[in-house]
Design a binder for this molecule. Structure first.
Ligand SMILES: Cc1cc2nc3c(=O)[nH]c(=O)nc-3n(C[C@H](O)[C@H](O)[C@H](O)COP(=O)(O)OP(=O)(O)OC[C@H]3O[C@@H](n4cnc5c(N)ncnc54)[C@H](O)[C@@H]3O)c2cc1C
Length: 375
């Protein structure tokens, strides 16, 4: 049995980026994935790097979201240089769209949320927004412009991060996932794998929405899958510059000319089927924002499973088992939060101190909640 400094369960973007950071520090790192790594949520995602809170509930994410945005350029540069792959990063901003019928109070609410968070945001009239994006519907009442937002091709980014981790010496084992924590008294000694077991000073659980299926993990990471359906469109007459938002619907232009359209949020267990209802909702939303998309070709449809937690916040940090760290529950923000997650786990493993307050995301919060309910 081989021994490592760090054993990571899960080779999605979160596990890959943690492996990359720790291997870059000269640590011996192994990543164990139940299948080919990087084929779950990190593959299915829309790839937006958007710190804008969708509601006041998500405002507690803001400090680490902003820290992650700051880390992105350098993190990307390291990943691209080492892997030799580019990841389609675009920093062209986003428009939050309000169609006719929207109330002034909705516009005020969006602005207050953004400005309260310290994000640059300006209100544009319908015609002003159409000057920037001529393909937008004439039914547009107003738009909130967020000039600092970015997106990337998350599939390329995940592949590149896995490759960068490998080049720094991390070993990646596809098709040998974690079955259980390997516990001895108050210590996590490593992982029981599908085949054999691995011993490590540090064990990091980063298996996305599957994390709670690993025996012993659910108490720290009670994650559930939140399905999101997506499609890729191509339309010669539409050339979008900005990421477009309207409610939960979005259109994200890619560097290769595709437009990614999404999404749904469905709690259907581990089901990944694409449904007529899902496609109807996305297509209806897309056409209402950009009518010319009626002539677009549908290049691909898919669905992925976001790792959601009971309070929709990430689950990050140490546990009451010595050596066990959790890094999951990133829900709709895992791409955004990749660099900061990797940084915080690296800081904890190397110095047992972190540069951001991660107490609100502690894996121990679910146990405390259970105890205070007397369960
Ligand atoms: C439709 C959709 C759109 C999204 N859009 C955005 C967006 O625009 N911006 C944003 O920031 N976020 C977005 N997200 C969220 C983001 O994609 C996720 O939060 C992020 O990818 C989670 O990464 P992960 O590595 O934790 O999980 P995953 O990518 O799901 O990776 C988990 C890995 O663990 C492996 N695994 C499973 N079981 C085991 C086991 N027992 N042992 C070991 N390994 C195991 C899996 O095979 C997989 O490789 C979106 C998600 C979806 C589904």
């Amino acid at each position: 049995m081989k021994q490592y400094d760090v054993a990571v369960a899960g080779g999605g973007l979160i596990g890959a980026s943690i492996a990359f950071e720790l291997a870059s520090e000269g640590m011996r790192v192994a990543v164990f994935d139940a299948q080919n790594p990087g084929r779950e949520a990190s593959w299915a995602s829309a790839g937006m790097i958007s710190p804008a809170p969708e509601s006041s509930v998500m405002a507690s994410l803001l400090p680490i979201s902003m820290a992650s945005v700051q880390l992105y350029p350098e993190f990307l540069q390291r990943v691209e240089e080492l892997s030799g792959k580019t990841v389609g990063y675009r920093k062209d901003g986003a428009l939050d769209l309000l169609l006719n019928g929207a109330e002034q109070s909705e516009i005020d609410e969006i602005l207050a949320l953004h400005r309260g968070a310290g994000l640059r945001a300006e209100v544009l009239s319908g015609p002003e927004a159409r000057e920037i994006e001529p393909a937008l519907t004439s039914e547009l009442r107003a738009a909130v412009h967020r000039p600092d937002e970015a997106s990337l091709d998350n599939r390329l980014f995940t592949e590149a991060t896995l490759e960068a981790a490998r080049r720094k010496g991390a070993e990646i084992f596809p098709g040998n996932g974690a079955k259980a924590l390997w516990k001895e008294r108050n210590t996590c000694k490593g992982l029981q794998l599908q085949e054999g077991r691995v011993e490590a000073r540090w064990t990091v659980i980063a298996a996305g929405c599957f994390s709670a299926c690993i025996e012993g993990v659910a108490a720290y990471a009670p994650v559930t899958p939140a399905k999101g359906q997506m499609m890729a469109l191509r339309c010669d007459s539409v050339n979008l510059k900005k990421d477009l938002w309207s409610g939960h619907m979005y259109l994200v232009p890619r560097h290769d000319g595709r437009i990614i359209a999404g999404s749904t949020v469905e709690y259907e267990g581990f089901d990944r089927n694409v449904t007529v209802a899902g496609m109807k909702k996305i297509l209806g939303g897309a056409i209402s924002l950009v009518p010319a998309l009626e002539s677009a070709r549908i290049e691909e449809t898919w669905a992925g499973l976001r790792p959601d937690s009971p309070d929709h916040l990430p689950i990050l940090g140490p546990t009451d088992l010595d050596g066990l760290l959790i890094a999951t529950g990133h829900f709709r923000s895992g791409i955004l939060l990749t660099p900061i997650t990797a940084r915080l786990i690296r800081e904890w493993v190397t110095t047992q101190k972190v540069s951001e307050n991660w107490a609100p995301f502690s894996p121990m919060r679910f146990q405390q909640a259970r105890h205070s309910r007397g369960a």
